[in-house]
Structure formats: C-alpha cells, structure tokens
Design a protein around this ligand. Structure first.
Ligand SMILES: [Zn+2]
Length: 279
C-alpha cells in the first residue's frame, strides 16, 4: 500500500507514528451530527488508503436507482399489511419486472421515506450490507453506521460471516453547545450545495461565490432539529458503540473542536488518538 508516515511538507519531516499499523481492515467513525467528522474521515481515508462508506450516500444511491427505473405505481402493493413486512424479493421482482436488486432495495427505502417513517433497521442493514460487500467488506471507513444497537449486532455478525474486521472506532467528540453554535450558523448554496459558515467561512455578501445565488439555511439546521439529533445520538448511537467496545473493538476519542483548526492539527490529533490504542 502506497503511503508513508513521514510526509515531507516544505522540507520539514513530521512526527512518526510507529505504533500504528500500516494497514487496517475497516474503521468506524462516529460522533454527534455536526461534531466535525468529515475532516477526520479525510485523514483516515488518506493515511490508510480507504474508501468512505456513508449511509446517507447509500440511501441517495438506491432511491436514485429506483427513481431512474421509473415505476410510478402504488408501493403499498409490495407491502403485506397482515404480516407487516414486504413481499418476498421474488414476488417484488416479478411485479416490478426487474431482477436488479438495487431497484428492489430502492423501492423498499422509498416506501418508508415517502410515508415519513423511520427506515427500519432491517432495511438499513440490507442496504448497508449490499454496499459494504461491493468492496469485499474491506478497506472502508463506515460513516453513519451502525447507529443503533440492532445495527451494531448485525455488523458484528456480518464481520464474522465475512471473515473481516473493524480495527477501531474513531469517536469525534464535541460539546452540544459548540455543535449548536456551529450548526445554526451554517448556510448552504441551494444550487451547488457548497457549505458556508457565517463566522468561519462567510459567503461574500451572503451569496455563493460560485453561483452568485443567495445562500440559505438547511431545514435540518434549526435548533429544534439539532437538539433532536443530539438526543438520538445519546439514546441510540452511544449504546451501539458501547456494545462494539464490549465485543473487543477499541475506541479512539478525538476532539472535534480544535483551538487552531489546520489540516496538520487535525491529522496530528487523529493519529495521536489512534496511536494511543496501539500502545
Ligand atoms: Zn453555489
């Protein structure tokens, strides 16, 4: 694998992290929504030559597959009200007239999303499994999964079945108050999706520098919604991570808030936290 722990920047060689293995199988990254996971994920992807697997992207991909397939019938025909489950994949495949498993999974996700319901764990697990398996259950950073105890149980069983591993969990810590302050000042370009922050990355004259369009606040970034995501983290995600730890997966905790936010500081704090678990 092509990477080194002694990157040369302007001729200055940086600290070595001798205890960190050169290769890892998979890593889970967790943290409250808005804690600052992405810059830490970027470090891991870069250091260990991994690919990021985000559940948000998985959902978008499968919903997109189903939408592209262009079925406009009523989805409730695929749901068995008495048994409270979907028909078998075989039956669905026949009705939809496709044997593309991606389209079938997309339909299942859309069924819940359309009804404003939480996607149940068994569907999330199925979506996750199909994606994770595309790269042989290896060399990935899991982002946004597992988020519940039952997902964590599914994951551990899957690791065993596929003879693969999670090397460690990187937990990005941040205080609720800091997250609320950061998130409510976040703005996004409705056209290109570029993210701004009124203090850290202000849009010039309130407009996107790429598109010239006025930036807006995402409907998910209100105080009420942030608080509800924070309590969901405590109630669901924390027990999932504790369960993984009880089953032998170490947790490396890293600060999501740095006094001086530079790429080198982010990298150093991540690698120091990882090194601590290998000491
Ligand atoms: Zn834009």
């Amino acid at each position: 694998m092509a990477h080194s722990y002694i990157p040369e920047t302007n001729g200055i060689s940086m600290k070595m992290y001798d205890n960190i293995p050169k290769e890892v199988t998979n890593i889970v990254v967790t943290g409250k929504s808005g804690a600052g996971k992405q810059p830490r994920i970027d470090v891991l992807v870069d250091e260990f030559d991994l690919q990021q697997l985000s559940t948000g992207n998985i959902f978008r991909t499968y919903l997109g597959k189903f939408n592209d397939y262009g079925f406009d019938g009523d989805l409730s025909q695929f749901w068995d009200d008495e048994e409270e489950c979907f028909l078998t994949d075989e039956e669905i495949s026949k009705e939809l007239d496709t044997d593309d498993p991606g389209v079938i999974l997309g339909m299942k996700a859309k069924y819940f999303v359309d009804r404003g319901l939480f996607v149940p764990d068994y569907i999330t697990n199925e979506l996750f499994n199909s994606y994770f398996g595309r790269r042989d259950y290896r060399h990935q950073v899991l982002d946004g999964y597992p988020r519940t105890l039952s997902q964590a149980k599914f994951l551990l069983k899957l690791l065993e079945e596929q003879n693969t591993d999670i090397d460690f969990i990187l937990w990005v810590e941040n205080e609720d108050q800091k997250i609320i302050e950061r998130t409510i000042k976040r703005r996004i370009c409705p056209d290109c999706g570029k993210v701004y922050h009124l203090i850290y990355a202000p849009p010039p004259e309130g407009k996107c520098e790429e598109c010239g369009v006025e930036v807006i606040q995402r409907s998910d970034d209100t105080k009420e919604k942030i608080r509800s995501r924070l309590s969901e983290f405590k109630e669901k995600v924390v027990p999932a991570m504790e369960f993984m730890e009880e089953h032998g997966i170490s947790i490396a905790k890293v600060p999501g808030h740095l006094e001086e936010f530079t790429p080198e500081n982010v990298r150093r704090s991540v690698l120091e936290a990882v090194e601590d678990i290998y000491k």
